[in-house]
Design a protein around this ligand. Sequence first.
Ligand SMILES: *[C@@H]1O[C@H](CO)[C@@H](O)[C@H](O)[C@H]1NC(C)=O
Ligand SMILES: *[C@@H]1O[C@H](CO)[C@@H](O)[C@H](O)[C@H]1NC(C)=O
Ligand SMILES: *[C@@H]1O[C@H](CO)[C@@H](O)[C@H](O)[C@H]1NC(C)=O
Ligand SMILES: *[C@@H]1O[C@H](CO)[C@@H](O)[C@H](O)[C@H]1NC(C)=O
Ligand SMILES: *[C@@H]1O[C@H](CO)[C@@H](O)[C@H](O)[C@H]1NC(C)=O
Ligand SMILES: *[C@@H]1O[C@H](CO)[C@@H](O)[C@H](O)[C@H]1NC(C)=O
Ligand SMILES: *[C@@H]1O[C@H](CO)[C@@H](O)[C@H](O)[C@H]1NC(C)=O
Length: 240
Amino acid sequence: MYLSRAWTCGLFIVAWLCCSSLLVGAQYIGITNPDEVKALQAIKSSLIDPNKTLSNWDQGDPCTSNWTGVVCNNTISDDGYLHVQQLQLLHMNLSGSLSPALGQSSNLKILDFMWNSISGTIPKEIGSITSLELLLLNGNQLTGFLPEELGNLPNLNRIQIDENHISGPIPTSFANLNATQHFHMNNNSISGQIPHELSRLPNLFHFLLDNNNLSGYLPPEFSELPQLRILLLFILNQST
Ligand SMILES: *[C@@H]1O[C@H](CO)[C@@H](O)[C@H](O)[C@H]1NC(C)=O
Ligand SMILES: *[C@@H]1O[C@H](CO)[C@@H](O)[C@H](O)[C@H]1NC(C)=O
Ligand SMILES: *[C@@H]1O[C@H](CO)[C@@H](O)[C@H](O)[C@H]1NC(C)=O
Ligand SMILES: *[C@@H]1O[C@H](CO)[C@@H](O)[C@H](O)[C@H]1NC(C)=O
Ligand SMILES: *[C@@H]1O[C@H](CO)[C@@H](O)[C@H](O)[C@H]1NC(C)=O
Ligand SMILES: *[C@@H]1O[C@H](CO)[C@@H](O)[C@H](O)[C@H]1NC(C)=O
Ligand SMILES: *[C@@H]1O[C@H](CO)[C@@H](O)[C@H](O)[C@H]1NC(C)=O
């Protein structure tokens, strides 16, 4: 009688230890912010993925399982969740289009879809990812205009949209991109004049616009830029 009571008690203690260590474990593992999980699902469903590179994007949690190209901050943030910090999907033979749900990835620093075959337009919603530092979309089949909203990215260091089929003007809002050092926009069909407001960009370093359809002249203020090192422009188009 006494022995079996001791056993029962011991079992309880073992069970309690197991449970509490599981709870502690769960606290340390964490899960991805549900809005960001939904965003990833929408991003995948608007892409075409013939090589099935993203086939593991339906298994488990993005930040704690192995989702190809998804890099998270592994510290649980104040809202109790883990956050997606990078999407590294370069050279994956992806086509289809970029989902507006990208805008829900509110902690993203790096958005990298370089060298795929993605078409459609650049979603204006990317302009709401204020944490974004690198926007790398070069080497795709993107069309349409550059959204004004991209000028709302205070931490953007680099915008690479070269080697696409982007048309329309350079948005004047790009003059607000105080942190941006690199504008790689060559090999598109960008037209119109270079807004003279861009000459007030404090950190401009590389400004690549060759092989576009620009017209007019280079605003003279550009010669006074402190940082600018490389300026490649074909101002006058082929009609001259
Ligand atoms: C891309 O996917 C298509 C369709 O499966 C395949 O034929 C082609 O070889 C792939 N191309 C590259 C560059 O991976
Ligand atoms: C994650 O998945 C990729 C691609 O499926 C694979 O190459 C890699 O080995 C996996 N890593 C781990 C830690 O499971
Ligand atoms: C990761 O998240 C924590 C908590 O939100 C934050 O303090 C830290 O700066 C983040 N790390 C990086 C590299 O962004
Ligand atoms: C995609 O798969 C094709 C074969 O189906 C292969 O030749 C190609 O290298 C793969 N491309 C990538 C980017 O993995
Ligand atoms: C960019 O910097 C300039 C000069 O420091 C400042 O006047 C302007 O308000 C800043 N713009 C933004 C969008 O932060
Ligand atoms: C950019 O466009 C020019 C002119 O059409 C072309 O010669 C060059 O190869 C293109 N650059 C790349 C990296 O494709
Ligand atoms: C360049 O602009 C002219 C009009 O200014 C237009 O007729 C032509 O189609 C454009 N070319 C490209 C490649 O966008």
